[in-house]
Design a protein around this ligand. Sequence first.
Ligand SMILES: Nc1ncnc2c1ncn2[C@@H]1O[C@H](COP(=O)(O)OP(=O)(O)OP(=O)(O)O)[C@@H](O)[C@H]1O
Length: 319
Amino acid sequence: MIETRGLTKRYGPTLAVDDLSFTVQPGRVTGFLGPNGAGKSTTMRMILGLDRPTSGHALIGGRPYEDLPHPLREVGALLDAKWVHPHRSARAHLRWLARSNRLPAARVDEVLDQVGLTAVADRRAGTFSLGMSQRLGIAGALLGDPGVLLFDEPVNGLDPEGIVWIRRFMRDLAAEGRSVLVSSHLLPEMALTATDLVVIGRGRLIAESSTAEFVEGAVTSTVRVRSPQLLELAEVLMRQGIDVRAEPGDDASLVVTGTGIARIGELAAGAGVVLHELALQRGSLEEAFMHITGHDVEYSAGGSAVDRNDSAVLAAAGR
Ligand SMILES: Nc1ncnc2c1ncn2[C@@H]1O[C@H](COP(=O)(O)OP(=O)(O)OP(=O)(O)O)[C@@H](O)[C@H]1O
C-alpha cells in the first residue's frame, strides 16, 4: 500500500505538489492522472525517496522509503526507461542491479523471462527500441519481487502492441496482490488500464475514486429525440425543468441533457406526443478529458484558468 498525507513540494516559487493525500490499495491498478506539469513525477519521486517533501509524508507499507531495510524488495519503479548504460547488455544491467541491492542472481533470468526479453538478454541495451527499454526497466523494478510498483507514463511513445502488453502486465501484477500506481495524462488510456484513479491538477487532489465512477461523472450523456411534434415536446420537457436544445441545421430533432430516455418517453406519452426516435448519445472519454484538462496547467497564464479547470473536474467528479 502507498499512502501520502499532506504531501507538499515547493521548488522556489513553484508549488509543484500541494497538500496531497491519497491511498493506493493492494490488488488494484491505480491511475495517477493529471495534465502535464500537474505534479505526478514529483509525487512519485517523493514516494521513492528521490526528492524530499517540503512538508507531509509518503509511506510505503506504512514506512517512509528511507526507513525501508530492503527498498527494492518493497518497491519497484519505472521512471525513465532510458537510464540504462547503453553499452551494457540487458542481462549485465540486471546482474549489476541485483548485486548492488543484494538480491539473488537467479532473479535476473526470472525477470527477463517475465518481461519477454530472454532472447535479447545479451544485446547491448543501447540498441533496444523504446518498447524493449521499457520492458528492461520493468524487469529491474521486479527484481526484488516488490509488493508496490510505480510506473511513470509507461505507455508514452510505445507502439500499439507494446501498449497492450504493458496494460495487461500491470493488471497481472495487481492480480497478484501488488499495489500498482501508474501515471498518465490520458484519461482514455487510464480508463482501459486502471481500476482506481487519483486525479490531480496543479499539485492538488481533484478526485480519488474508482475509474468507473469517475468516468460516469465525467462523461456527459445526451439524448437525441426526433418527433413530428417537436415544439410540443420541447414545452413538455422544459416545463419539467429539463434542458433542451435544437441542433443547428437540424429542425427534426432535439438534444436533451440531464435525463434518461425512459423519462423522456414517459413524458412524451403522457402528453400524447409522437416520437420517431429516442437515442442515447454518450460523450467520448476524449471529450470528457478535454473538458477536465481544458487548460494546460504548465502553460496557462495566471491562476484563474487553472481554477476554472479544477472546478470543472470537481463538478465532473461530483465532488
Ligand atoms: N527540479 C525541479 N525544479 C523546479 N521546478 C520543478 C522541478 N521538477 C518539477 N518542477 C515543476 O513542478 C511542477 C510539477 O512537475 P512534474 O514534472 O511533477 O509534473 P508532471 O505531472 O509529472 O508533468 P509531466 O507529465 O509533464 O511530467 C511543474 O511546474 C514543474 O515545472
